[in-house]
Ligand binder design. Structure first.
Ligand code: PEP
Length: 250
């Protein structure tokens, strides 16, 4: 396959540094033969422990968030340079929990995406419709607007370093996943938007993941869809054997 899939675990606010290290040490041998890129995204406070534990493995590190300025009076924020020093290569941007709970607007998502690219961190930009937007039949419009706003000002030469995660909000943490056909269809729409922003050819090179109640039981079906290039996994990424099963089902 032209696009190398990514399986990324978003741990949210779970695990301490020692639990992080133990999880990674347990998981590394299970996923050493995986064909996809594997990323774990612990909390910022656990990144140092994670870095030590991932050494020599095929598990890359991601952050769950990052600020869009390098330094200054931004109490509580996380700087891109600190992430780089901690060995981070991916950063989740615009997760629906950050949008809903921490006021992250499309404009902020755009600033973070551009800053990540400037720093050579690879952003995983989350888009997805709410239950109401789905019910009203505006899923495609929603992800279309979010995608265009997130990538505004991003030059074509950098577009391949971005991954989009299509995460329907109604599917996150609910145990109800989008079917592979539903997810694939919305992801194809996102790819068409990328084709409008850039070119159709470039759009075929950008990875688009699915996230929302992906687990060891449904991963193979979801990941076999033509346009789904991996998964962003919350709950099921907290269990080593489940996460490994998902990674090995690509
Ligand atoms: C997420 O938070 O990105 C996510 C997809 O969560 P879950 O897998 O638990 O639905």
């Amino acid at each position: 396959m032209m696009r190398r899939p990514i399986i990324a675990g978003n741990w949210k606010l779970n695990k301490t540094p020692s639990q992080t290290a133990a999880f990674i040490r347990e998981t590394a041998p299970l996923v050493s033969g995986a064909r996809c890129e594997i990323v774990v995204c612990p909390t910022a406070a656990c990144l140092f422990a994670a870095r030590e534990a991932t050494r020599g493995s095929n598990i890359a590190l991601g952050a769950q968030n990052m600020f869009y300025e390098d330094a200054g009076a931004f109490t509580g924020e996380i700087s891109p340079d600190s992430l780089l020093e901690l060995g981070v290569s991916y950063v989740i941007v615009g997760h629906s929990e950050r949008r809903a709970l921490f006021g992250e607007s499309d404009e902020i998502v755009n600033k973070k995406t551009l800053k990540a690219i400037e720093k050579r961190l690879k952003p995983i930009v989350c888009v997805g419709e709410s239950a109401l937007q789905r019910q009203l039949g505006v899923t495609e419009e929603t992800v279309r607007i979010q995608t265009k706003l997130a990538l505004a000002g991003l030059p074509a030469r950098d577009a391949e370093d971005v991954a989009i995660a299509y995460e329907p909000i109604w599917a996150i943490g609910t145990g109800v996943n989008a079917t592979s056909a539903e997810a694939n269809s919305t992801i194809r729409c996102i790819r068409a938007v990328l084709g409008e922003i850039y070119t159709a050819e470039l759009a075929t090179k950008i990875r688009i993941l699915y996230g929302g109640s992906m687990n060891a039981g449904n991963a193979r079906d979801l990941l076999s869809a033509s346009d789904i290039d991996g998964g962003l996994i919350g709950g099921a990424s907290l269990n080593s054997s489940d996460f490994a099963k998902i990674a090995l089902s690509v």
